[in-house]
Ligand binder design. Structure first.
Ligand SMILES: Nc1nc2c(ncn2[C@@H]2O[C@H](COP(=O)(O)OP(=O)(O)OP(=O)(O)O)[C@@H](O)[C@H]2O)c(=O)[nH]1
Ligand SMILES: [Mg+2]
Length: 418
């Protein structure tokens, strides 16, 4: 019973309630809605420029591809293995979120390399933050680059790539006593020692494999960046982050939930049209686009799902069967009306301050609950797919031993395919 009540509750901040109430009472809801339409649009177009740097061959281009869920052979992928030595920064926009751009920067470390000139050449102030990659040891060259970035007040993160190779080597050398956790700890301490010895006080270090993004520290890197970026940039970043961990999926979901009220105000505002079945009015076209956007955010489009199936070597139909929500292309105005009717039947609860203005408030509440239920459904689908992919890669006993940890507390570490 208690659960049912919170299910339909609309969570708005005091400030949002005050603004909404004021706009309803003054009869200026249309103006307010128009104004927030601009906010909503700008939120969808926040630019984020990420500079990826490091010595030749450390995996800069592979990182850029993996982040965008592409393989080297895919269209739009950055050429790898020195196929094109970058003399200039090369932009790789995210295929789904074009305003999120990963920049493949020229390599560092040539004998005539000078960090200050390098940062001038790439126009460092234009980037939001930098990823400094190394595939073996960090040293003076990385530390110097970091010092100049500090002067420019730019954030940077040290990423140690190719950790999978270290693990493989460790296993081969000591098959009976090898411990992955110990080996990772050793690499982490080594990176820290090297960077501190070169003068970087508290480096943020992440160990990753570009070939297995969901393992090791990539999910943690994602969460750290999300926390460090300002509110709007972190929203863009989070949406563009690949769906490789349950914790990141949950963060994506809550970031989207925070903006539901904004969508509702716009959808119930200027272009609202009556839905006679349930006596509310809203902009169905906007809601179609919004729901399609949520599907894309959680990888529920046919092309994304096919790619996941291919990478995990699973039949597409098997993954499709796990998805209860419609895929992006299946969202149509008729479906939106159907979902609104369903949401209206669940007696949405308005915050008590908004009850007196229930006529407009009802549309708002129904739309809000419809969107909320949809986001919950697509997020649950994405969790199911992630779990399926993980299970498909693990030996049977190991996966069974790991299942509870996958969705609950696993010490900040996500499980993922080996
Ligand atoms: N095992 C493993 N191989 C990796 C990883 N990252 C990159 N590679 C491989 O390392 C090689 C070089 O990767 P690139 O992405 O081309 O490196 P880069 O830094 O862009 O190289 P340049 O552009 O030539 O400076 C490729 O064969 C990649 O497949 C990783 O995390 N693990
Ligand atoms: Mg490259």
């Amino acid at each position: 019973m208690a659960e049912k009540e919170t299910e339909n509750k609309i969570s708005l901040t005091e400030a949002q309630i005050k603004d909404l109430k004021g706009a309803f009472e003054k009869g200026s809801f249309s103006d307010y809605s128009e104004q927030l339409k601009g906010t909503l649009q700008s939120l969808e177009n926040i630019c984020l420029d990420v500079g990826i740097t490091g010595e030749p061959g450390v995996g800069k281009s592979t990182f850029i591809n993996a982040f965008r869920d592409l393989r080297a052979e895919d269209e739009g992928a950055a050429p790898t293995r020195g196929a094109s030595a970058n003399k200039e920064p090369t932009a790789y926009p995210h295929p789904k979120y074009a305003s999120v751009i990963l920049w493949d920067l020229p390599s560092i470390g040539a004998p005539d390399f000078h960090p200050r000139e390098y940062l001038q050449q790439i126009n460092a102030p234009c980037y939001d933050f930098f990823i400094i990659l190394a595939s073996q040891r960090f040293g003076l060259i990385h530390a110097k680059l970091a010092q100049y970035l500090l002067k420019l007040r730019k954030d940077f993160y040290f990423v140690r790539s190719k950790v999978d190779e270290d693990m493989e080597l460790g296993r081969q050398e000591c098959p009976s006593s090898f411990s992955e956790a110990d080996a990772l700890q050793e690499i982490r301490e080594g990176c820290l020692r090297d960077l501190q010895a070169s003068g970087v006080k508290s480096p943020k270090i992440f160990l990753i494999s570009n070939l297995s993004f969901s393992k090791y520290d990539f999910p943690l890197l994602g969460e750290t960046l999300w926390k460090d970026l300002d509110l709007q940039k972190s929203h863009s970043f989070l949406l563009a982050t690949p769906n490789i961990s349950h914790r990141l999926l949950e963060k994506k979901k809550s970031a989207i939930m925070q903006h539901l009220w904004l969508v509702c105000v716009v959808a119930c505002g200027v272009h609202a049209e009556p839905i006679p079945e349930i006596s509310i009015a809203c902009d169905t076209e906007l809601l179609v686009k919004t729901l399609q956007g949520y599907c894309v955010n959680f990888g529920l489009e046919e092309s994304s799902l096919r790619k996941v199936a291919e990478h995990a070597e699973l039949p597409f139909e098997q993954l499709r069967a796990l998805v209860k929500a419609p895929l992006a292309a299946e969202v149509a105005p008729e479906l939106v009306v159907e979902l609104l009717v369903e949401a209206a039947g669940k007696a949405p609860k308005l915050p008590k301050q908004l009850v007196p203005i229930a006529a407009m408030g009802l549309s708002f509440a129904v739309v809000y609950n419809m969107l909320k239920a949809f986001v919950e459904e697509v997020a649950a689908d994405a969790h199911r797919i992630l779990l399926k992919v993980f299970m498909s890669h693990k030996p049977r006993e190991e996966s069974q031993a790991n299942i509870p940890g996958a969705l609950e507390d696993n010490g900040g570490k996500e499980m993922g395919p080996p």
